[in-house]
Every structure is written in structure tokens, then in C-alpha cells.
Design a protein around this ligand. Sequence first.
Ligand code: ADP
Ligand code: ZN
Ligand code: ZN
Length: 754
Amino acid sequence: MRVAEVYINQINRNIDYSFDYYIPDFLEPMEIGLRVVIPFGVKNSKIDGLVIGIKESSEHKRLKNIEGVIEDYPKLNDWQIKMCYWLQKSYHCLFMEAVNCFVPSNLHIKKKKENGRNTYYMANALQELKYYKLSGKYCNREDYLAQIKSNATKQREILSCLEEIPVSFKELKEKTTCTTANLNVLIKKGLITESKEINIRNPYKDREYQYPANTLNRHQQEAFDLFNSYEKPSTFLLHGVTGSGKTEVYLRYIEETIKRGKSCIYLVPEISLTSQIIGRIMGRFKENIGIIHSHLSDGEKIDQWNAIKNKTVRIVLGARSAVFAPMDDLGLIILDEEHENTFKSNNRPRYNTHEVAKKLQDIHGCHIVLGSATPSVSSYYEALYGHVNLLELPERVKSIPMPEIHIIDMKEELYAGNKTVISRKLHNGILQNLKRGEQTILFLNKRGYSTFVFCRNCGYAVNCPNCEISMTYHHNIKQMACHYCGHKEHVPTICPKCNSDKIKYTGSGTQKLEMQLRKYYPQARILRMDTDSMQRKGAYEETIDLFQKGKADILLGTQMVTKGFDFKNVTLVGVILADSTLNIPDYKASERTFQLITQVAGRAGRGDKLGEVIVQTYEPDHYAITLSQAYDYKGFYDQEISYRKMMKYPPFSDIIYIGFTNEDEVEVSRDCLKYYDKLYKLVQEEEGEELLREMYRPTASPIKKINKKYRWYFIIKTNYILQYNSILNKLSKEKEIIELQSTLIIDINPNNIL
Ligand code: ADP
Ligand code: ZN
Ligand code: ZN
């Protein structure tokens, strides 16, 4: 018998390698990439695994046999398996975690007997709907009923209600409360027939969308022509100001790619997925679209997968995980709003979608299009000096001018006696907009009510008991909540430390802002959009719909309101406190602030009326603020890139984050130091001084504890990512490291290191 190398479907560091199994003859021809059921462990429990190799013999003795192949399970192709190895090596995940990117992960494997043998299938694959009708054996219902005993009431009931047109089981059940057993008896008697139809579960299929093509303007046409002139697989950066018509250009690229017989992946940051883009892309391409995101049910996911595999779907729209869609003939990957940090995964595999796309480009020879009004500094650097082609849309469609941005120094507001969070200019703007019936968007980067509760007498601050971080007061539940672990508790009326009753609330979140707005502008219709108010399913779409239809005057919210919206009647945008993103201890803080201001400003003046933007801040002279005021992306880029170069931050290096968490404060530091020392020695032996200098000493994390777990970390700022990755991979296989009690996190270029 031949031998298969099988990875066990378990997320477990101790078995992150393949096991050998015999392939019984009845399962030949076995293929690499198939999903199989195998006996595993001392108890020989049946679990599933993935065949990643086939060979004539094994060096191991007493192999067990594979039990069966799981029917209908999407087989992994060679390129997908190659990608799994690459993900494992590059992002330090387990092989099976990489595999789970490429296949729906909840299998619900079921067993059935066939010719005396166990066979396996997935219970949630292919949802079959059953339909029933009268068999046509008799001409009228009386003759049918005559075949049934008078006391078989259920059967008589079914026959009375069936026609010669098929009725679904669901419908029949509602009318008669019948069971499958009742129906089977009738089928056996030849009185009724059953038919099956496969139901493709797609939550969007019943919606009607329209988005006719626009005639391209000059800049759009140039961008389109340049794209078309490239035969070889290339990467493009489409830098277009907000409202310049980037979406129209993407849709043309897609159209062109489909014409050439290839398929497309269109990636967007998660949050805008449910908003206008679905309407536009479905309006243009109808049922040719598959939609993949984390809120799909397992069944829906499998159906989308099958539709892609059998080519009913040629375009996949989705958040970052859709980059793993099983398209064998990929021609184009689009990353819309490419600068967004949601393109980096914060869970294993901690991949960067940009890098995955590049890997897919190597495999399929597809084009990549990155698009943004505020490209990430790294992408723009690539476009200037690397292998990325820059395409520019410098003007808004129909040449509507960019809205004017005013900077308000909030210190001066205070001197002038204005103690509210709304400056006089913003106040007047809101009043004017209310009078004119135009809409306003207000952006504040903090949710909750008060972000800091403390004792004025002794300075005691109310921190979360599980995390070393202050709690936020939420007015709707009249409690404080921790934004890291979700812990809630009542606000103390007396300070637990000094018994004073001088408990003070400071810092405003979106909830407080909403209440203030309701007080100042009682006539205004106000909507709030943040993770607290968007919990309910459908809340997000409802809010957008209300605002779109002009049923609200003010939309206020967190980052959710900054992205992608195209509302024609919004003429005023206010940034309540620009500093909140500026003061985060992260090398990307300035970039993030520049992007947020520019993006949210881009929501104003998209119709025929001119827009206006008011940015409130305590740091009016910061370059991220002054340069966003001037819409000077290149000026900002120049400043930022020289800072990055000086500090050796990306794109001039890669940052490797190595963190440990543990409920035991002593153990976590010990494990972190131990790992550091082992790594240090390995690097010294294998690479030498230059790489050693790139390692920074371990220390407690800026947030020392999250969810009861203490945290330590160190970073490596490196120009030798490949060398480091291979050393880290080697280290992870060492027994001593596997046996460390603390949880190890390796994150390449993480979104933050807090
Ligand atoms: P961006 O994504 O760059 O912010 P959009 O793609 O949302 O811009 O385009 C802004 C608006 O202009 C949309 O309402 C879109 O339908 C419209 N539009 C885009 N291209 C054209 C065109 N060539 N002619 C007319 N209208 C256009
Ligand atoms: Zn006190
Ligand atoms: Zn907490």
C-alpha cells in the first residue's frame, strides 16, 4: 500500500507536522489536497486531516490506515498548499491555521454506511431543498384519497393539499405539520413524488441594485489605458483624491479582466463592506459576484466556495480573508483603501494582505491595484522607488473643488470662555446647516461617555481589575466598561482610596457628544454610529439608509463615519478632537491622523454644493494637521518618510514583535527573557553582530495586563527579515520553547505594540 502524509486538523503546537498513514486500495487513487478521516492517538479517535504528500513507503513502522475521504470537501490545489507553507514560515502560525484560511473551517463531518463501509461527508455542505407533488398516477384527488385508509389522517391531509406543481417541504410542513416519514409512505405507494434542488445560500441574492457605467473623464481614462498597456503582471497604486471616481476605475479594470477570461478579487476594509460598494458592484455585474466576509454562516461560506470553484462566480468581494478565495485563474486583486490597518490580521495567521497579494501575483501572474486618497507611506515609497506604477486622479469628478479645511485651536476657545467641546465656528456651521437643510458629519475617535473617571482629592483613577487601563463610563448602561476585556462595573460614589466624594469624569466619548448635541440642537435629528450603537444586526445599514434619505441632520461617530461614504447633501464635516489619534505611542500615529482627517474631510461637498471642514485640536501646528489642511499628501509624505528613515521604521525596516502573556507576572517575564537569550545565542552563532544589533531588550508591555494576563515583549527592527524568520522557525521547534508556560505571539509589522 502507498503511504500518505497527513496533517491532523487540530490547532496544537505539539503536532505541527505530518503523520504517515497507509492508503487502503479502495481509496486509490489518493490525491494530495484531499481531506481524509483517520484514527489518531492511543484511543484511535476518528478525526480529519489533510493529505499533503504521497509516497511509496514510510520509515515508520506499524502505520494505521486512512478510513475514508470526505466527499465534496473542496480539494486544496498545489498552489494553495504552497501558500500554506509560505504563510506558516512567514507569519509563524501552525500549518493547519494556514490551511483554515483556504477552506471553510467548520466541517460538521458525518458518517454513513455504504456497501458495508464507512463513508464521510459534510453535513453543512450543499443545502438540498426537497419538493413534493402529486405523482400524476390518478386524474382527480378523490382517486388519490381512495388509496389511503380513512384513519391515516396525516397522509390524507398531505394529499388534500398537494397539487401537480412542486411544493417545498418547508411550505408543506407549515400547512400540515407532516413528517418525512409520512411523506415516504406516500412516495412508496407511488402517490406523490419527491424532487431535490440545491439551494445556494447567498444573503444578497434577492436584492436589486443598479449602477450604470459612467463615461470616464480624462484622468480616469488615462489610468484605465495605462493599466491596459501592461501585459506582464504588475502592481499599480491608484492615488486619487476623495471623490475622484476611483471606484469607477476599479469596475472598469474588473470588466477588462473578465473579458480576458480571468477572475478578480476586490478587497475592502471590513466596515465599508456592507455599505455602498456592494450596491455598486452588484449593480454593475449582477450575479457574477461572490461575497465573503466573517459574518457569513458556515453554510453560506461553503456555498460561496463552491460557486467560486465551479466558476459561477468570477468576482469575489470581501474583507481581507477573501484574498484566500479559491480562484485558479486569478487576473486581478484590488485593495481599496489600501492604507487601512484592517488589511493586517491581528489573529493567527497574522498576515499582511499586501504581502499575500504579492505572493499570489508570483503564483498566478495577476495584476494588483492598490487604491487610496491617502496611500500608506510604505506603498507610496514603493511607487516612487520600487516596482509599483503610480496612477493619479488629482481632481474630483466634475471638478467640484475639495472642501476648505479650517483648523481651530481649542486652547484659544478656552481662553475665550468657551468650555464646551464644540468650537464657536463649528457651532455656527451646524446651526447654518440645520437652517439650510444640509447634513453634517461629526467625527470623534472615542466611544463611550467619559473616558477617564478619577478622584480629584487623591488622584485615584478607576482602572479595570483585569487590565491595567482606565475604564470608560457608558451612560446608556450607567456603568463603566473596559474596552479591552469588556469588564463592567458601577462607578464608585466614594473614592475607595481616600473616601472623598470628589469623583470626577473627564474626556468625552461619542455618547457624551450625542447628549450634548441633543441639548444644544433640540431641533436636530441625530444619528450615532460606533461599535456600541451598531451591535444589532442590520443597524449599520439602517443608519446609512436613514442618513442617505435625508431623514437625519447630523451623523456623529467614530472611525466608522470616515470611510467611503458618498452622501451628496453633506456640506459640513467636524473633527471634534484631532489629537486623539496623534498622541498614541506608535510610529504610525501621524500617518493615521493625516489619513483620518483627509478621509473624513472627503465626505463633505460631494454633491453640487461646496463643502466645509472644521478640525478642532490642541496641536494646530503639528505637520499631520497643517498638511492635511492643505491637502498636501506629497508634503506630508516627504516629512514622514524622512522621519521614518531617521528612526529606521518601515519601509526602511521590518518590525518583528515577540510577545508573551501569562496570568503569572513572574513567569511571563522569565519566559520572555529565556526566549530572548536563546534567540540571541542562535543569531550570534548563525548570523553575527549586525543582526544582533537589531534586537531590543525585553520589557513589560505599555499595557501591562489585559484580561488578567500579564504581558512582556521585545522587538527586532530588522533589514534581514528572511534570516530572522528562518531562525525564529527553528527556535519554535525546540522542545524547551514549545514547553514554555506563557503564550507566545510573533507578529511581523504589527498594527500596534500596546
Ligand atoms: P472615490 O472612490 O474616489 O472617493 P467615487 O468612485 O465614489 O470616488 O466617485 C464619486 C462620485 O462620482 C460617485 O457618485 C460616482 O458615481 C461619480 N462618478 C465617478 N466617475 C464618474 C464619471 N466618469 N462621470 C460621472 N460621475 C462619475
Ligand atoms: Zn481619592
Ligand atoms: Zn479590562
